[in-house]
Design a protein around this ligand. Structure first.
Ligand code: B4P
Length: 191
């Protein structure tokens, strides 16, 4: 089993590259953003709680997302590996993920960190907001708040995995194909 974390600020291309990576490597895609949006669409109690945070550009509480990932791991016992997209986003989520994977006798193989400038992030997200219908994409204040959350809470995830020598930094600006190629080179070195 080979497990990957695709890491980076909001709008760095995680969702975009995940689609290609799961199809090339046959991994199970776990995107906490997608799971939360589907809970919101179904108007579940979890979705209604999460929406309050997401609409303000804030992270959803750790216990909510850790519970979601724990169920997703249990529900997928026979996979080649997982691609974690948008999770973990705090140090507490990283520690919880390591414990959950240990129970499955596996671990994170590599953390691929996409690097993109703040101006490019804002441009991409506003652009996606024109068509995505995502309420967190069409307001520049909310986008800036998401980037502040990233610096305050999420960049610590890379520091956590650096202690285990698992982080590789990838330039996230350029064509989608070029970035995909760089990601595949790093995965193939470690698989
Ligand atoms: P996510 O759904 O994870 O969304 P995101 O950070 O905006 O990244 P995404 O993957 O969607 O965007 P991408 O970079 O692919 O999170 C949304 C919210 O959910 C969070 O703010 C938080 O509230 C909550 N949440 C999720 N997970 C959580 C967790 N673990 N803990 C707590 N809260 C959590 O793409 C962006 C745009 O860039 C697209 O339009 C794309 O087409 C474009 N793009 C991609 N690559 C490009 C390239 N190379 N060049 C030009 N444009 C490109």
């Amino acid at each position: 089993m080979f497990n990957i974390i695709l890491f980076g600020p909001p709008g760095s291309g995680k969702g975009t590259q995940s689609e290609r990576l799961i199809s090339k490597y046959g991994l199970k895609h776990l995107s906490t953003g997608d799971i939360l949006r589907s809970e919101i669409a179904s108007q579940t109690p979890l979705g209604l709680e999460a929406k309050n945070f997401m609409d303000k550009g804030q992270l959803v509480p750790d216990e909510v997302v850790i519970g979601m990932i724990s169920s997703a791991l249990e529900n997928n016992p026979d996979v080649n590996g997982f691609l974690f997209d948008g999770f973990p986003r705090t140090e507490a989520q990283s520690e919880a993920l390591d414990e959950l994977l240990k129970l499955k006798r596996t671990e994170i193989g590599v953390v691929l960190a996409l690097m993109v400038s703040e101006e490019e992030l804002v441009k991409r997200l506003l652009n996606r907001g024109l068509t995505s219908g995502r309420s967190d994409d069409n307001n520049v204040e909310v986008i800036r708040a998401r980037i502040v959350e990233y610096h305050k809470k999420t960049s610590a995830v890379a520091d956590y995995y650096r202690k285990f020598n698992k982080v590789v930094t990838i330039p996230g600006e350029g064509s989608v194909d070029e970035i995909f190629e760089s990601l595949c080179i790093e995965i193939d070195k470690r698989k």
